[in-house]
Ligand binder design. Structure first.
Ligand code: CA
Length: 360
């Protein structure tokens, strides 16, 4: 090699090396962030707690580890039912919970989770993502400094564990039952004494007889919780929770501090969690139901008398809430219109298919 060529090549090499070394200083990487995320769930309920883990894992992966979110079980940082306040007040930047725990603050939060005799999984997602649901809910949350995302769904739940059979509305009267959300309000109108307990507090209450009945989620979670050891009648369908959405809450100020890229990543991670949780439940519930039946659990369907009375009370309650609160009314009207059209479509096709193919 001639000396001139060598010098030329060396110069190029040096320039390239300099550029490589200098690059990180010129293009500053996104800042490192570490957030804590209280949840409403015991870690043992890995599917529902998994919704929070999916959000954390995916955000970490999509940011190359620069944005780290640490989930905590209910009770570790704050009580399972205190996630809303913790995020609203900015004590923590993020939380994973179920919005219907907070209908005492505004009954419209029920729409974010589920309504008795409301939407199924497909309908719930179609309403939230495609028919103004998320936007309408965001207006309600804005009063509380929270930005909300769907981040999990259990699908249609089971109808709970009872020590004694309940064949009629008369059998429900006087029972003490753990059941949250508007489902609890409907049960109350049917004569049930309602309690709202976080997931970790239910079994001891049922075992000690503080409550006579409880609902939780479905076969996979309920078997883990061990309810079958103290109540053998397992009812379905869980008419009060046809497809509850679990929610990711982000404190407004914390949200505004994120770059547009990180905001998009959080939103995408929540959507993944929303889908993955349903996949996990649909994977785990079939075997768990078989296992419970082998353990002697008695499956029972709610009688038409109970279902019809509950449905009547539910829609009576919605009319009262709509009359009392313009926010609730606006969401309810949008939701009802979507439901009517969607029910008609699904009953034309989906129900006919299911009725033929899914016979027990
Ligand atoms: Ca439930």
């Amino acid at each position: 090699m001639k000396r001139r060529d060598f010098l030329k090549k060396a110069a190029v090499g040096t320039a390239a090396a300099t550029a490589t070394v200098a690059a990180p200083a010129v293009i500053a990487g996104p800042k490192r962030i570490r957030w804590r995320m209280p949840t409403s769930w015991p870690k043992a309920f890995d599917t529902i707690y998994g919704g929070a883990e999916t959000v954390a894992d995916r955000v970490k992966a999509m940011t190359g580890g620069r944005f780290e979110i640490i989930p905590y079980a209910g009770g570790e940082l704050v009580g399972g039912l205190e996630v809303f306040d913790a995020v609203s007040q900015g004590t923590f930047q993020m939380g994973h919970t179920a919005s219907y725990y907070y209908i005492g603050k505004n009954p419209a939060f029920a729409f974010d989770t589920t309504l008795p005799f409301g939407l199924n999984y497909r309908q719930q997602n179609a309403w939230l993502y495609g028919n103004g649901g998320i936007e309408q809910m965001r207006k309600v949350y804005s009063d509380f400094n929270i930005v909300n995302f769907p981040a999990g769904n259990t699908g249609a739940q089971m109808g709970g564990w009872f020590r004694k059979e309940v064949n009629s509305v008369a059998d429900l009267k006087g029972l003490k039952m753990r059941i949250p959300g508007l489902g609890g309000k409907v049960m109350n109108r049917l004569g049930v004494t309602v309690q709202v307990l976080a997931g970790g507090d239910i079994y001891p209450a049922l075992e000690r007889g503080v409550i006579d009945a409880t609902e939780w989620v479905g076969p996979y979670d309920d078997e883990k919780a061990g309810f079958y050891k103290v109540a053998k009648y397992y009812y379905y369908p869980g008419w009060w929770e046809p497809a509850p959405t679990l929610s990711l809450y982000v404190n407004r100020k914390a949200w505004d501090s994120l770059s547009k890229e990180y905001q998009a990543i959080v939103s995408t991670a929540a959507a993944e969690a929303n889908q993955k949780m349903m996949v996990d439940y649909d994977t785990k519930n079939p075997k768990a139901l078989q296992s419970l039946v082998k353990k002697g659990v008695q499956l029972r369907t709610y009688t038409d008398e109970i279902l019809e009375a509950a449905q009547k009370e539910a829609f009576g309650l919605y009319a009262e809430l709509a009359a009392a609160d313009p926010t609730y009314k606006a969401i309810y009207e949008n939701w009802s219109k979507f439901k009517k059209d969607s029910d008609q479509w699904l009953s034309t096709e989906e129900t006919a298919y299911a009725a033929f193919v899914f016979k027990r």
